[in-house]
Design a protein around this ligand. Structure first.
Ligand code: CP
Ligand code: NVA
Length: 303
């Protein structure tokens, strides 16, 4: 059987994502006694910071009977210029799967091309697919699925927004993005979603949020964009999920944020801490979806 990588949400069909959610929910309900990763090791390469991704993958691998290795680019030879294609072939001789968080998406594609073990994308400048799997699972739990539902995205058309577009395209729900000019999502990914479902981009936050079932945002400057902070502060002024904006959404709408959050910038403190916020359930779901993902790509588990 060919190895299965997970670099982007469309790497899985709708049916496979449904299977993954079923397995994640079964694992979450517990007790789940299978050990699909017994004797297996996940290498985790990080060239950017992480709290959730690192801890949820490491804990998840352990809970499934396996082991995870934290490899910071500061310590391994990749940081001194060893080619990705060589790292891929070396690690493939030792481990059973590789998770990577880095800058260029093409680096992850190269890693996957040369690795003979499954590769999982733990965030690139382009995509954050594990995050959006957790987000959609949270949506399924708290708004009752995605059929006929609308998701609003407020702010930067960044890696998380691009993965939401991919999810909308594969699963088929409406996604409305409100982004300032010049900060729209990736054009090719937008067109992929547009060909499959209802998606739109506007600069009008209110029209994006009106009646939405999920209101979603992220930081104005992502990792690697620290040098643009001042310019971004100006561009995103007003792009805040405020209590007034939340009132335009469906009365049962939930607020999501992948975290870490900057209160007072992209989200008001009272929304972040408010009754509609599901941000910590969302963070918890990283563990459950990634366990299901590892079981499927590394452990040979079928739901
Ligand atoms: N949301 C997320 O990926 O968090 P970390 O950067 O802490 O991993
Ligand atoms: N868009 C953010 C997500 C962090 C989890 C970033 O890339 O920094």
């Amino acid at each position: 059987m060919p190895k299965r990588d997970f670099l982007a949400i469309p790497d899985f069909s709708k049916d496979q994502i449904l299977q993954l959610f079923e397995l994640a929910q079964r694992m979450k309900r517990g007790p789940y006694r299978d050990r699909p990763l017994a004797g297996k090791t996940l290498a985790m390469i990080f060239t950017k910071s992480s709290t959730r991704t690192r801890v949820s993958f490491e804990v998840g691998a352990y809970q499934l009977g396996g082991h995870a290795l934290f490899l910071s680019s500061r310590d391994i030879q990749i940081g001194r210029g060893e080619p990705i294609k060589d790292t891929a072939r070396v690690l493939s001789r030792y481990v059973d799967g590789i998770m990577i968080r880095t800058f260029a998406h093409s680096d992850v594609e190269e890693l996957a091309r040369y690795a003979t073990v499954p590769v999982i994308n733990g965030l690139t400048d382009l995509l954050h697919p594990c995050q959006v799997l957790a987000d959609v699972l949270t949506m399924r739990e708290h708004v009752g699925g995605w059929e006929g539902k609308t998701v609003a995205w407020i702010g930067d058309g960044n890696n998380v927004a691009n993965s939401w577009l991919n999810a909308a395209g594969v699963l088929g729900f409406e996604l409305r993005l409100a982004c300032p000019e010049g900060y729209e999502p990736n054009r090719t990914i937008f067109d992929f979603a547009k060909a499959r479902t209802k998606v739109s981009i506007t600069e009008d936050l209110e029209s994006a949020v009106r009646g939405a079932h999920v209101v979603n945002t992220d930081v104005w400057a992502s990792m690697g964009q620290e040098g643009e902070t001042e310019q971004r502060m100006l561009a995103f002024k007003g792009y805040q999920v405020s209590p007034e904006l939340m009132r335009l959404a469906d009365p049962k709408a939930i607020f999501l944020h992948c975290l870490p959050a900057h209160r007072g910038e992209e989200v008001a403190e009272s929304v972040f801490e408010g009754k509609q916020s599901r941000v910590f359930d969302q963070a918890e779901n990283r563990l459950h979806v990634q366990k299901a993902l590892m079981a499927m790509v590394m452990g040979g588990t079928q739901e």
